[in-house]
Design a protein around this ligand. Structure first.
Ligand code: C5P
Length: 243
Protein backbone atom coordinates (compact mmCIF):
# COMPACT_ATOMS: atom_id res chain seq x y z
CA UNK A 1 0.00 0.00 0.00
CA UNK A 2 1.21 3.44 -0.83
CA UNK A 3 0.64 5.94 1.95
CA UNK A 4 2.46 8.86 0.40
CA UNK A 5 0.50 11.74 -1.01
CA UNK A 6 0.72 11.97 -4.79
CA UNK A 7 1.38 15.55 -5.80
CA UNK A 8 1.47 15.16 -9.58
CA UNK A 9 1.39 12.44 -12.21
CA UNK A 10 2.89 13.02 -15.63
CA UNK A 11 3.39 10.77 -18.65
CA UNK A 12 6.61 9.15 -17.44
CA UNK A 13 6.93 10.24 -13.81
CA UNK A 14 5.00 10.63 -10.57
CA UNK A 15 5.82 13.15 -7.85
CA UNK A 16 5.09 12.27 -4.23
CA UNK A 17 5.31 14.36 -1.11
CA UNK A 18 8.86 14.16 0.27
CA UNK A 19 10.06 13.27 3.76
CA UNK A 20 10.84 16.90 4.67
CA UNK A 21 9.16 20.17 3.76
CA UNK A 22 10.51 21.51 0.49
CA UNK A 23 11.28 18.04 -0.85
CA UNK A 24 9.50 15.67 -3.23
CA UNK A 25 10.06 12.12 -4.40
CA UNK A 26 10.30 11.69 -8.16
CA UNK A 27 9.24 8.21 -9.35
CA UNK A 28 10.23 7.02 -12.83
CA UNK A 29 7.55 4.96 -14.59
CA UNK A 30 8.11 2.46 -17.40
CA UNK A 31 5.58 4.21 -19.64
CA UNK A 32 6.77 5.48 -22.99
CA UNK A 33 4.56 7.98 -24.77
CA UNK A 34 4.97 10.01 -27.93
CA UNK A 35 2.98 12.37 -30.12
CA UNK A 36 1.17 13.80 -27.10
CA UNK A 37 0.15 10.37 -25.75
CA UNK A 38 -1.24 9.12 -29.10
CA UNK A 39 1.39 6.38 -28.92
CA UNK A 40 1.83 4.58 -25.60
CA UNK A 41 3.65 1.48 -24.44
CA UNK A 42 5.05 0.13 -21.20
CA UNK A 43 8.71 -0.81 -21.52
CA UNK A 44 9.84 -2.90 -18.54
CA UNK A 45 12.92 -1.41 -16.94
CA UNK A 46 12.96 1.95 -18.73
CA UNK A 47 12.16 3.84 -15.51
CA UNK A 48 15.04 2.19 -13.67
CA UNK A 49 17.51 3.19 -16.39
CA UNK A 50 16.22 6.76 -16.64
CA UNK A 51 16.42 7.16 -12.87
CA UNK A 52 20.10 6.10 -12.95
CA UNK A 53 21.04 8.09 -16.05
CA UNK A 54 19.31 11.26 -14.82
CA UNK A 55 20.96 10.82 -11.41
CA UNK A 56 24.36 10.58 -13.10
CA UNK A 57 23.86 13.64 -15.28
CA UNK A 58 22.32 15.83 -12.56
CA UNK A 59 25.06 14.84 -10.07
CA UNK A 60 27.71 15.94 -12.54
CA UNK A 61 25.85 19.15 -13.38
CA UNK A 62 25.56 19.92 -9.63
CA UNK A 63 29.32 19.28 -9.28
CA UNK A 64 30.23 21.87 -11.89
CA UNK A 65 27.97 24.44 -10.26
CA UNK A 66 24.84 24.14 -12.38
CA UNK A 67 22.00 24.20 -9.85
CA UNK A 68 19.51 21.32 -10.11
CA UNK A 69 16.65 19.97 -8.03
CA UNK A 70 18.39 16.61 -7.56
CA UNK A 71 19.31 15.67 -3.97
CA UNK A 72 19.93 11.91 -4.07
CA UNK A 73 18.68 8.67 -5.55
CA UNK A 74 16.59 6.72 -3.05
CA UNK A 75 16.10 3.38 -4.79
CA UNK A 76 15.77 1.80 -8.25
CA UNK A 77 12.94 4.05 -9.34
CA UNK A 78 12.90 7.04 -7.04
CA UNK A 79 14.96 10.09 -6.30
CA UNK A 80 14.68 12.80 -3.67
CA UNK A 81 14.39 16.24 -5.18
CA UNK A 82 13.91 19.84 -4.08
CA UNK A 83 10.41 21.17 -4.55
CA UNK A 84 10.33 24.03 -7.02
CA UNK A 85 7.70 26.17 -8.67
CA UNK A 86 7.78 24.82 -12.21
CA UNK A 87 8.03 27.22 -15.12
CA UNK A 88 5.52 25.95 -17.72
CA UNK A 89 8.08 25.71 -20.53
CA UNK A 90 9.99 23.00 -22.32
CA UNK A 91 13.35 24.42 -23.29
CA UNK A 92 14.87 22.60 -26.25
CA UNK A 93 18.51 23.02 -27.27
CA UNK A 94 19.54 21.75 -30.70
CA UNK A 95 22.99 21.12 -32.14
CA UNK A 96 22.04 18.98 -35.14
CA UNK A 97 18.84 19.04 -37.21
CA UNK A 98 16.40 16.30 -36.24
CA UNK A 99 12.83 15.72 -35.13
CA UNK A 100 10.39 18.60 -35.31
CA UNK A 101 13.00 21.12 -36.50
CA UNK A 102 13.98 18.97 -39.49
CA UNK A 103 10.29 18.47 -40.32
CA UNK A 104 9.14 22.07 -39.77
CA UNK A 105 11.94 23.72 -41.73
CA UNK A 106 12.59 20.98 -44.26
CA UNK A 107 16.19 20.49 -43.16
CA UNK A 108 17.78 17.11 -43.68
CA UNK A 109 18.16 15.19 -40.43
CA UNK A 110 21.81 15.09 -39.35
CA UNK A 111 22.87 18.49 -40.71
CA UNK A 112 25.00 20.21 -38.07
CA UNK A 113 23.37 23.54 -37.24
CA UNK A 114 25.41 26.73 -37.81
CA UNK A 115 25.11 27.32 -34.08
CA UNK A 116 23.18 25.84 -31.19
CA UNK A 117 19.55 26.89 -31.23
CA UNK A 118 17.27 27.32 -28.21
CA UNK A 119 13.52 26.90 -28.62
CA UNK A 120 10.66 27.24 -26.15
CA UNK A 121 7.45 25.24 -26.00
CA UNK A 122 4.53 26.09 -23.73
CA UNK A 123 3.72 23.04 -21.58
CA UNK A 124 0.11 22.17 -22.27
CA UNK A 125 -1.20 18.69 -23.07
CA UNK A 126 -4.46 20.23 -24.28
CA UNK A 127 -2.58 22.35 -26.84
CA UNK A 128 0.11 19.72 -27.59
CA UNK A 129 2.96 21.93 -26.30
CA UNK A 130 2.97 24.72 -28.92
CA UNK A 131 6.23 26.46 -29.76
CA UNK A 132 6.34 29.98 -28.32
CA UNK A 133 8.67 32.95 -28.56
CA UNK A 134 10.35 35.01 -25.83
CA UNK A 135 7.66 37.62 -26.51
CA UNK A 136 4.89 35.17 -25.63
CA UNK A 137 6.72 34.01 -22.51
CA UNK A 138 7.21 37.47 -21.06
CA UNK A 139 3.87 38.88 -22.29
CA UNK A 140 1.89 36.07 -20.67
CA UNK A 141 4.09 36.11 -17.57
CA UNK A 142 5.31 32.50 -17.74
CA UNK A 143 8.75 33.91 -16.93
CA UNK A 144 10.01 37.47 -16.66
CA UNK A 145 12.89 38.74 -18.83
CA UNK A 146 15.50 38.23 -16.07
CA UNK A 147 14.29 34.68 -15.48
CA UNK A 148 14.35 33.99 -19.19
CA UNK A 149 17.98 35.17 -19.32
CA UNK A 150 18.80 32.77 -16.48
CA UNK A 151 16.98 29.91 -18.23
CA UNK A 152 18.88 30.50 -21.48
CA UNK A 153 22.22 30.76 -19.68
CA UNK A 154 21.45 27.51 -17.86
CA UNK A 155 20.44 25.80 -21.12
CA UNK A 156 23.69 26.85 -22.82
CA UNK A 157 25.83 25.66 -19.89
CA UNK A 158 24.00 22.33 -19.80
CA UNK A 159 24.52 21.95 -23.56
CA UNK A 160 28.25 22.73 -23.36
CA UNK A 161 28.81 20.32 -20.49
CA UNK A 162 26.66 17.46 -21.77
CA UNK A 163 27.96 17.75 -25.34
CA UNK A 164 31.49 17.21 -24.01
CA UNK A 165 30.48 14.47 -21.63
CA UNK A 166 28.68 12.47 -24.33
CA UNK A 167 31.41 13.09 -26.90
CA UNK A 168 33.82 11.46 -24.46
CA UNK A 169 31.80 8.23 -24.66
CA UNK A 170 31.35 8.29 -28.43
CA UNK A 171 27.88 9.86 -28.47
CA UNK A 172 26.71 12.99 -30.27
CA UNK A 173 24.25 15.12 -28.31
CA UNK A 174 21.88 16.05 -31.14
CA UNK A 175 19.30 17.88 -29.02
CA UNK A 176 17.63 17.75 -25.63
CA UNK A 177 14.84 19.23 -23.55
CA UNK A 178 15.08 20.70 -20.08
CA UNK A 179 12.59 22.16 -17.66
CA UNK A 180 13.35 24.74 -14.99
CA UNK A 181 11.78 25.84 -11.76
CA UNK A 182 11.98 28.59 -9.18
CA UNK A 183 13.65 27.59 -5.93
CA UNK A 184 12.76 29.81 -2.99
CA UNK A 185 15.36 29.97 -0.21
CA UNK A 186 14.40 32.52 2.45
CA UNK A 187 13.69 35.69 0.53
CA UNK A 188 15.94 34.59 -2.33
CA UNK A 189 14.72 32.98 -5.53
CA UNK A 190 16.82 31.31 -8.18
CA UNK A 191 16.16 29.37 -11.33
CA UNK A 192 17.32 25.76 -11.18
CA UNK A 193 17.18 22.73 -13.44
CA UNK A 194 14.27 20.38 -12.65
CA UNK A 195 12.57 17.31 -14.16
CA UNK A 196 15.01 14.83 -15.73
CA UNK A 197 17.66 14.47 -18.41
CA UNK A 198 17.62 11.00 -19.91
CA UNK A 199 17.41 9.27 -23.30
CA UNK A 200 13.67 10.06 -23.09
CA UNK A 201 14.45 13.77 -23.33
CA UNK A 202 17.62 13.80 -25.47
CA UNK A 203 18.60 12.67 -28.94
CA UNK A 204 21.80 10.67 -28.65
CA UNK A 205 23.52 9.26 -31.73
CA UNK A 206 26.51 6.96 -31.81
CA UNK A 207 29.40 9.00 -33.26
CA UNK A 208 30.63 6.19 -35.52
CA UNK A 209 27.41 4.63 -36.78
CA UNK A 210 24.76 7.35 -36.15
CA UNK A 211 22.72 4.66 -34.40
CA UNK A 212 19.94 6.23 -32.33
CA UNK A 213 20.33 5.57 -28.63
CA UNK A 214 17.23 7.45 -27.46
CA UNK A 215 13.43 7.61 -27.49
CA UNK A 216 13.33 7.96 -31.28
CA UNK A 217 13.67 4.15 -31.23
CA UNK A 218 10.14 4.13 -29.79
CA UNK A 219 8.79 7.11 -31.77
CA UNK A 220 9.99 5.61 -35.06
CA UNK A 221 9.24 1.95 -34.22
CA UNK A 222 12.89 1.00 -34.53
CA UNK A 223 12.73 -1.44 -31.57
CA UNK A 224 15.54 -2.06 -29.11
CA UNK A 225 14.78 0.91 -26.86
CA UNK A 226 15.83 -0.78 -23.64
CA UNK A 227 19.07 -2.05 -25.21
CA UNK A 228 19.85 1.48 -26.44
CA UNK A 229 19.29 3.00 -22.96
CA UNK A 230 21.41 0.21 -21.47
CA UNK A 231 24.17 1.06 -23.94
CA UNK A 232 24.10 4.70 -22.82
CA UNK A 233 24.20 3.60 -19.16
CA UNK A 234 27.11 1.23 -19.86
CA UNK A 235 29.14 3.87 -21.63
CA UNK A 236 28.52 6.29 -18.76
CA UNK A 237 29.83 3.55 -16.43
CA UNK A 238 26.56 3.36 -14.51
CA UNK A 239 25.94 -0.32 -15.22
CA UNK A 240 28.55 -2.90 -16.15
CA UNK A 241 28.89 -4.97 -19.30
CA UNK A 242 26.97 -7.96 -17.88
CA UNK A 243 23.88 -6.07 -16.68
O1 C5P B 1 10.35 16.58 -31.17
P1 C5P B 1 11.43 17.60 -31.14
O2 C5P B 1 12.40 17.51 -32.26
O3 C5P B 1 10.89 19.00 -30.98
O4 C5P B 1 12.25 17.30 -29.78
C1 C5P B 1 13.43 18.00 -29.45
C2 C5P B 1 14.06 17.36 -28.22
O5 C5P B 1 13.23 17.57 -27.07
C3 C5P B 1 14.23 15.85 -28.34
O6 C5P B 1 15.44 15.47 -27.71
C4 C5P B 1 13.05 15.28 -27.58
O7 C5P B 1 13.36 14.04 -26.99
C5 C5P B 1 12.84 16.34 -26.51
N1 C5P B 1 11.42 16.48 -26.13
C6 C5P B 1 10.99 16.04 -24.87
N2 C5P B 1 9.69 16.18 -24.51
C7 C5P B 1 8.79 16.73 -25.34
C8 C5P B 1 9.19 17.18 -26.61
C9 C5P B 1 10.52 17.03 -26.98
O8 C5P B 1 11.81 15.55 -24.10
N3 C5P B 1 7.52 16.86 -24.94
Amino acid sequence: MNRRRRVYEGKAKILYEGPEPGTLIQFFKDDATAFNKKKHEVIDGKGVLNNRISEYLFTHLNKIGIPTHFIRRMNMREQLIKEVEMIPLEVVVRNVAAGSLAKRLGIEEGIVLPRSIIEFYYKSDALADPMVSEEHITAFGWANPAELDDIMALAIRVNDFLSGLFLGIGIQLVDFKIECGRLYEGDMMRIILADEISPDSCRLWDIETNEKLDKDRFRQDLGGLLEAYQEVAKRLGIINENE
